[in-house]
Design a binder for this molecule. Structure first.
Ligand SMILES: [Ca+2]
Ligand SMILES: [Ca+2]
Length: 298
């Protein structure tokens, strides 16, 4: 089978793009951390101002001292960082800052981390990024999130050169906040990245679990989509119950997302406890082109 001229052009453009990505690539790997070593990978809290103690973050093993708040252990390895909400200096509504080392990146990238926010008077946790000299909020969660380590995935603009976490306790001691498992990754601009859950990426396409057979119950996925127009080839879910959230809008039943839509990068899949369907497949325009262009080597 011969290449058509259009396909050849697309193929060469693709390889040029890939190689330029590799050549230009840089990631702030210096701030990735699981807090197993005493240097905290360069993360630090500021010293206290005159007459005031620092707002301490602690590196800890096992549970926090208070019951009913905080994790029972690390998310990864043995150690994690947390803020202690007990004590008159630590609540109500006290902010604890944790700064990263400075870093640089040549393109947008993905920062993932585990957080634990369990407690009846839980406050909030924010991640702020410094662009020039100004910090802006990139991610924030408030209130008790259940007794579990959860994952946050944050797309970080290349202009950000430093982070700070801001953990703010609630109105009493029951608001210990912990972090662990800080991961730095590049964003794949060609392929779907399944960040969590049983959805399946073949690179240029992503499907619901077990597709084209029925997905299961109580599944959820987080998927990072490439920055280009996306098309669904099949879409069948339980109306109003099993939804794909795409560009901030939830789709279910037989009405999939608009063809050719460009997402805000993150796609979420959530289904409930009963009634399953054959689900969905979403592909990039490039992948659909390949279906018609790819030479047959067999
Ligand atoms: Ca750890
Ligand atoms: Ca269902």
């Amino acid at each position: 089978m011969a290449w058509s001229p259009m396909c050849l052009y697309t193929w060469h453009a693709f390889w040029f793009f890939c190689h330029s990505l590799i050549a230009c690539h840089s990631l702030p790997t210096n701030i990735a951390c699981t807090f197993e070593s005493t240097d905290w990978c360069g993360w630090y809290y500021p010293g206290g101002t005159w007459g005031n103690a620092p707002m301490y973050w602690y590196r800890r093993w096992g549970s926090t001292p208070s019951s009913g708040t905080g994790p029972s252990g690390a998310k990864e390895g043995s150690y994690y960082l947390y803020v202690e909400a007990s004590g008159s200096a630590n609540n109500p509504y006290k902010s604890f800052w944790l700064y990263s080392a400075t870093f640089s990146a040549k393109s947008n990238w993905l920062f993932s981390f585990g957080y634990h926010m369990y407690g009846s008077t839980m406050g909030e946790l924010s991640l702020e990024g410094r662009d020039g000299t100004t910090y802006t909020t990139l991610w924030r969660v408030s209130g008790s999130q259940g007794w579990a380590w959860l994952d946050a995935h944050v797309i970080v603009p290349s202009s950000v050169n430093k982070f700070r976490f801001v953990a703010k306790t609630g109105y009493s001691w029951s608001s210990d906040i912990a972090i662990d498992g800080l991961v730095v990754r590049s964003i794949d601009r060609e392929n779907f990245m399944v960040l969590s859950g049983p959805c399946a990426s073949t690179g240029g396409c992503v499907t619901s679990p077990n597709h084209p057979h029925n997905y299961g119950n109580s599944e959820s996925c987080e998927i990072l989509a490439p920055e280009e127009p996306l098309y669904f080839t099949q879409f069948a879910t339980e109306e109003g119950k099993d939804a794909l959230t795409f560009g901030g809008q939830a789709y279910s039943g037989s009405a999939g997302p608009p063809q050719g839509a460009t997402t805000s990068l993150m796609i979420l899949w959530n289904c409930d406890v009963a009634n399953t369907f054959s689900g969905w497949q979403i592909c990039t325009a490039y992948e659909l082109t390949l279906v018609f262009c790819k030479p047959n080597f067999t």
